[in-house]
Design a protein around this ligand. Sequence first.
Ligand code: SAJ
Length: 413
Amino acid sequence: MKVCIMGQGYIGLPTAALFTRHHCEVVGVDINEKIVNNLNKGIIHIEEPGIADIIKNAVKNKVYTASLTPQKADAFIITVPTPYITENYSCDLSYVVSACESIIPYLEKGNTVIIESTIAPMSTDETIKPIFEKAGFTIGKDLYLAHCPERVLPGKILEELVHNDRIIGGVTLECAKKAREVYGQFVEGYLMLTEAKTAELSKCMENTFRDVNIALANELAKICAEIGVNALDVIKMANKHPRVNIHSPGPGVGGHCLAIDPYFIYAKAPETAKIIKLARDTNNSMPEFVCENTKKMINEGKIAIFGVSYKGNTGDDRESPAYEIIARLKEAGFEISIHDPHINNEDFVSFDEATKDADLVLILCDHNEFKNPNYNLISKNMKTPIIFDTKNIISKVPRGIKLYNYGNLYELN
Ligand code: SAJ
């Protein structure tokens, strides 16, 4: 089977890697020339365990090529971003639409087209299907169209792509069956067949479920800071109940999924999706909460930011709440130095340089490197050794260092 994958990002590239490992030929299409050139040399641009070696081998064995333009194939998979439109929170389908339009000259009867990008409910039927019908295809007869959302966790993508169950939402049942054949090449999880709109809403609800639960944990952290209770203890105790799983409070919710997908549902039913919108607002309010508490810890001086990735051990900083926190603290007059060992940015500095003469270390991301930092260096370098750990990754600090987390913010009142 030959597969053409549109978009070689966090999902498209690992998916391409897996197809090549299962005897399929893959052309990976991207609009970024530098990425395409590097991929053809076997050099990848994302931090994700296991992918680099597979792509290097696939390039060597000529089963993978990157390209700026699509090629004829048996199946076309669209894995391009779907941001939300800031004015009305609806799903911006422009990248998906242009990817679909760009494959039309290469489509042949009997091909399968799969949209993996997360899209708002009804997008496949109302927006994407007409693009191919206009080009002369009859969906379900000579072209098969399905929405099969990805559901993988960055850092574990290879494993989850193979083992997670998948939703296959066909425009017709025949479309779903054809898409199942494509994923059957490497997926070992169960492939559930359904309608496109059900697949679309299921995917959006998975991330909304998580966003709403995180909002509840963040609200609890705020309540505890106000009334004088240790939020982290409350979560630990409550979660001993067999049917309770309170999530972890943090500096806000980042990434390209949880911080966006709930809006796609909200935009479809704004009068009804009340909890969903409130959860978004609560999570969006966390950067301000972090900054207000930081200001209670120190009035002025230098803050060393530890971590701007949206989640631990990845180099992905899309929608990261860290950037709003940094902007707010700068605006409040603090000197900011940023340390993130997972992100290549010439403005970021080493642990040593970040902590030098700093008044506070602000942990915003749970990278492994931050879990047991060099406390000697912290004590030696910092003017006032205070750590504010918004991810609850440090449990104990040596004497002489003051640790704040969501367990003791009430001390600042
Ligand atoms: N976070 C918290 N508290 C928590 C858990 C997470 O504040 O208790 C924050 C993280 O720090 C991060 C954000 O939420 O900023 C999102 O992290 P995540 O690990 O929950 O999710 P993503 O965005 O990396 O991946 C999610 C996953 N969805 C679900 O778990 C329902 C993944 O399976 C999806 O494939 C992915 O979204 C996607 O592409 O939609």
